[in-house]
Design a protein around this ligand. Structure first.
Ligand code: AMP
Ligand code: MG
Length: 349
């Protein structure tokens, strides 16, 4: 029997600090903090803005949501008219002209693929469909997966940056930026909010979070990483400033069958769910790197994954391996706090 389909949020913004969804107006000309949430990209998106007035904060939030909506229209493979849907529909037929944003996401995706030795692969779509973890909950037979391998080869993805076209060389190929697009959207939303006059803020698309500036009073934006096996519990806390965090976990979308967990992050080498980790959180300057790398490192596993993190500048990670052991990169060990550990002012978390 199949049991236990789940979809959970891997990173929490700490509500006590950023406000519980309401507007705070200060009596003097202190900055205000406004937080609002909407559904986009199939997930709950919450945006917090710090600005000189609540009108300005709300304007920045509106601009952030509008940008995410605009990107969803370009990148979502659930929207038949999106640019990526056109690219997929033209697989094996013709290159498709796309916007600079679509070029940017696909270029970054190919870079992450190279960094992770092919563990991150945006052409994995046909295998993700074969598993269809949320709806079908079936284990595809090996010969079915084997037959898909030619279609998930990244060598068949041709990005021409000059001409701004993408061509998938085989019929039946499809690209899906589900493993990197939310991080990119968080970056773009932050840039839009800054232009609209926000002094600081946070954009959180479920587990993909990008923070800029500081809260009034000079505090950074605290986030909690979800414990991968204890629902609703925080594994550890970290404060962010001008940084992004993204978490990939085997508890976000999965089903259990005869005691084995089948989840949505596939190893391109086997087309089976990757088995080395329970969760991977990556911190980087940009959301696009954090998001692409969390998925790629999840597939690489804790040892090779942490090796990669240590080699990269400005990239840190928390990896929970398949036995539940927590590995923290060298640049992060002094920045994390565990629940029940007092914060920097000696207060309990
Ligand atoms: P994330 O939550 O960022 O780890 O992204 C998960 C999504 O990425 C899945 O729902 C798939 O659409 C896609 N995906 C699964 N496996 C891979 C992979 N090996 N490389 C790139 N994307 C993947
Ligand atoms: Mg990802």
């Amino acid at each position: 029997m199949f049991t236990g389909v789940a979809s959970r949020t891997p990173v929490f913004l700490i509500a006590a600090v950023v406000g519980a969804g309401c507007t705070h107006l200060s009596p003097v000309a202190a900055p205000v903090v406004v937080k609002r949430a909407q559904l986009h990209m199939g997930t709950l998106v919450s945006i917090t803005a710090v600005a000189s007035t609540s009108d300005r904060a709300n304007g920045a939030i509106n601009a952030g949501f509008a940008e995410i909506k605009r990107l969803e229209q370009l990148l979502s493979t659930w929207i038949p008219e999106s640019e990526l849907s056109s690219v997929n529909a033209s697989a094996g037929k013709a290159p498709v002209h796309v916007s600079p944003e679509t070029v940017a996401v696909v270029r970054r995706s190919l870079q992450v693929a190279e960094m992770t030795g092919g563990a991150f692969n945006i052409a994995i779509g046909p295998a993700v469909d074969a598993w269809n973890v949320i709806e079908a909950q079936r284990i595809p037979p090996n010969d079915e997966l084997e037959a898909l391998k030619a279609r998930i080869s990244l060598g068949g993805v041709h990005l021409d940056e000059q001409a701004r076209t993408i061509y998938l060389e085989r019929a039946g190929m499809r690209i899906d930026v589900g493993g990197i697009g939310k991080g990119y959207a968080a970056d773009q939303a932050v840039a839009t909010m800054e232009k609209a006059g926000a002094i600081a803020g946070v954009v959180a698309l479920s587990g993909d979070i990008k923070a800029f500036g500081q809260l009034p009073g000079g505090k950074k934006f605290p986030v909690g990483i979800q414990h991968p096996r204890r629902e609703g519990e925080v594994l550890l806390f970290i404060d962010l400033q001008d940084e992004a965090i993204s978490t990939a976990g085997d508890y976000e979308r999965y089903f259990d069958h005869e005691g084995v967990r089948y989840h949505h992050i596939l190893d391109p080498a086997t087309l089976q769910p990757a088995r080395g980790c329970q969760s991977v959180s990556v911190i980087a300057k940009d959301g696009v790197w954090a998001d692409g790398l969390d998925t790629g490192i999840f597939v690489m596993g804790p040892a090779r994954g942490m090796e990669l993190v240590e080699r990269l500048d400005d990239v840190e990670a928390v990896i929970v391996d398949h036995e539940g052991h927590v590995h923290i990169s060298s640049g992060l060990v002094h920045r994390v706090r565990f629940p029940n550990e007092p914060d920097e002012k000696g207060r309990p978390q």
